[in-house]
Design a protein around this ligand. Structure first.
Ligand code: SME
Length: 176
């Protein structure tokens, strides 16, 4: 059973604890849906000031909704559309400080004001994205982007196998 415990220390130390918890949760479990569902639940109890966290999985140039926590969301997002589809077409993490300034942003929950989308990779190919929304403007910073990329890499390596490493490229801004 998962024991809820306070995260202590610096934000980096708290994220290190989160990464250890992720490894413990997915270790020995091959089922993709189970692992993605637990990863979304783990992030939901770790991150403050978020209103949606979950996964979209790539199928034939379209992102399809996967396990998540939050309000029901749009099911299909074409590559190149919205923040999620743009992260796939650019092949990099996108941090959006104000989603209302991001042309083409797809609003699934009207309380969302900022967003981070992190690609999931297997064997160098993008297989999906981790998407997190916040009601607070500019909720996500460089520390979040760096650690969430490690979270996504650990998860994708286990769930899809292969080399899932991110390059260090990250985009911050409101342009699509
Ligand atoms: N805002 C996303 C759509 C997914 S929801 O936020 C859950 C986008 O613009 O791609």
């Amino acid at each position: 059973m998962f024991e809820k415990q306070p995260y202590t220390g610096t934000r980096e130390q708290q994220y290190d604890t989160l990464l250890r918890q992720l490894s413990g949760l997915i270790e020995g479990e091959p089922n993709r849906i189970a692992n993605l569902a637990n990863a979304a639940a783990l992030l939901n109890q770790f991150l403050d000031e978020i209103n949606w966290v979950g996964f979209y999985l790539l199928e034939d140039r379209e992102l399809v909704l996967g396990p998540f926590q939050g309000l029901p969301a749009c099911v299909r997002i074409p590559v190149g559309r919205g923040v999620c589809g743009t992260a796939v077409s650019r092949g990099e993490t996108i941090v959006v400080d104000d989603v209302h300034q991001f042309p083409g942003h797809i609003a699934c929950d009207s309380s969302s004001n900022s967003e981070i989308v992190v690609p999931l990779r297997s064997g160098g190919e993008i297989v999906g994205v981790l998407d997190i929304d916040s009601p607070r403007l500019a909720r996500f910073d460089r520390t979040d982007a760096d650690y969430l990329a490690r979270f996504a890499d650990t998860l994708a390596a286990h769930v899809w196998g292969g080399d899932s490493k991110h390059d260090s490229g990250e985009e911050r801004g409101n342009e699509p």
